[in-house]
Design a binder for this molecule. Sequence first.
Ligand code: PAF
Length: 310
Amino acid sequence: MNSPQLLRTAAELKAAVAEALAAKSAAGAGAGEEPLSLGLVPTMGALHQGHRSMMDAARAENDVVVATVFINPLQFNDPEDLRRYPRTLEADVELLGAAGVDLVFAPDEDEVYPEGAPLVRVSSGELGARYEGASRPGHFDGVLTVVAKLLHYASPAAASGTPVRYRAYFGQKDAQQLVLIRRMVADLNFDTEVRAVPVVRAPDGLAESSRNGFLDPVHRRAAAVLPRALFSLRDRVSAGEPPDLAAAVALVKAQPLVELDYFDIVDPQTLQPLRPTDGPLEKPALALLAAQVGSVRLIDNLPLENPDTA
Ligand code: PAF
């Protein structure tokens, strides 16, 4: 197993990125048609199979892979949620080593926010105030601010004399986060390609999440109604029938341990609601939901595609 280098400061990371790229270049990478490449996978740790598939995607496409492990206080609007977020760095580094990651950046809060909470932040705008943002005010501004910083920290631009392709990997499970990061990268001209990695599901259908570990067996069984409801919608749409959102919502509401926050059908690129009429879907869509299951907030989503309009 490869043992990744663990870096604690931005200066250490910058030097390690430069060294890793130089070593790859000396070994002949980037000499052909494909330029040298660096893949960045930002995480908050407590890694699971969903993260593993992000690492695998990054490893398959890049010469150098950097993972970050940083629990970003700026994106937690509930101090209790931040306090109890799982901290498992040792196990995380082991998983990252098994996935062939080269460098792990795990800074302290003081390294990322030396002056305390930053005065200037990236604004997630109107889209950041909907869905997850409505229940977690400020969450997406905190996400975008730290992602901007992480993209700068690991940037290969300053570290190499030759052109380096820079890709960053995010899970499709956090669909709203992904859309907002794509917008930030486009709107603010980051020289980075955003890559989406599909949701990984457990055998009961539940999307892998660092929060699943907080579910006791009873709530875990109850939570499985969420993917069931998404699959029921998807199956209707795949059969060319109109999406029956009301029936899917009713399925979730019939489970007393699950409190639904939102369940909507949206445009996958803009997250604008697509209010389906009685007819079949006319373009690809995304079913998006969030629910409270006991003390645990879960989110999930599933693409919907009518084969007749694909
Ligand atoms: O998806 C996450 O784990 C976090 O929101 C991210 C992108 C690492 C930013 O803290």
